[in-house]
Design a protein around this ligand. Structure first.
Ligand code: URA
Length: 235
């Protein structure tokens, strides 16, 4: 059980004092019951409305973003734009951060959350969540490249990569799936086979595919079903 003013403020839409004023004005209901005292308690999972309109008061939220090129996968930077700037103030207030990083010039699926445990499970190599990329290389790709990826590549500096999947898609295009996230990993893997990366877009995390209708910079919240799609796939 939690106080209704605290639960309402958790939405990011209202400060705690704004929440109290709305409650005292009789505009807030939890589980269909109007609560007029800010200190009244209700279940954390109660459906909350303001003026009859549903308000999402969940503590932890997860969004998918179609990251555009040119922004950093960070929450703040003194000189460059960050992906957080694509979200409105009420969502930024929730403490969203990227669950993993894409390079500044990489586009595609980036998860934004305020749930540290969730982010850890997405990122940690021990959890082995697969990340799939659509890549363009500087030279045509073939089955020999796929075999080199499947054996496990050794990068220029000696770093050993786990076996990964490269599917040649014709010409210089391919789909690459990896279960770890070393610094610039896909670009360094393509460089290691002598076919440097020209463009990179993440299209899938686990079994969750990017929503093609979002477009660069577009975002939306994930459903429970979509969150579950992230975990549990293997190479
Ligand atoms: N691998 C890279 O090299 N860059 C990314 O942004 C993601 C994976």
């Amino acid at each position: 059980m939690t106080r209704i003013d605290r639960l309402l403020a958790q939405s990011g839409l209202y400060t705690r004092s704004e929440a109290r004023a709305l409650i005292r004005a009789g505009r807030v209901a939890a589980g269909g019951v109007t609560l007029t005292r800010p200190e009244e308690k209700c279940p954390e999972s109660a459906a909350v409305t303001v003026d009859g309109e549903p308000v999402n008061c969940e503590k932890y939220r997860v969004f998918m973003l179609d990251k555009p090129a040119g922004l950093l996968s960070a929450t703040e930077d003194a000189r460059q734009g960050t992906v957080l700037e694509l979200f409105p103030p009420e969502l930024r207030r929730l403490g969203l951060f990227p669950a993993g990083r894409l390079d500044k010039d990489t586009t595609g699926l980036l998860l934004m959350t305020n749930d540290g445990d969730f982010a850890h499970r997405v990122i940690s190599p021990r959890c082995g969540v697969l990340k799939t990329y659509a890549a363009t290389a500087a030279a045509p790709l073939d089955e020999a490249d796929a075999a080199a990826f499947a054996r496990g590549l050794v990068l220029a500096d000696g770093t050993e990569c786990l076996p990964a999947e490269l599917v040649p898609l014709g010409g210089c295009l391919c789909r690459i799936t990896i279960g770890e996230g070393k610094y610039h990993q896909v670009k360094r893997m393509l460089a290691a086979i002598g076919k440097p990366c020209v463009s990179l877009r993440r299209i899938k995390i686990g079994a969750l595919e990017i929503d093609g209708s979002l477009g660069p910079g577009g975002w939306r919240e994930l459903s429970q079903f979509e969150k579950e799609l992230i975990f549990g796939s293997s190479l």
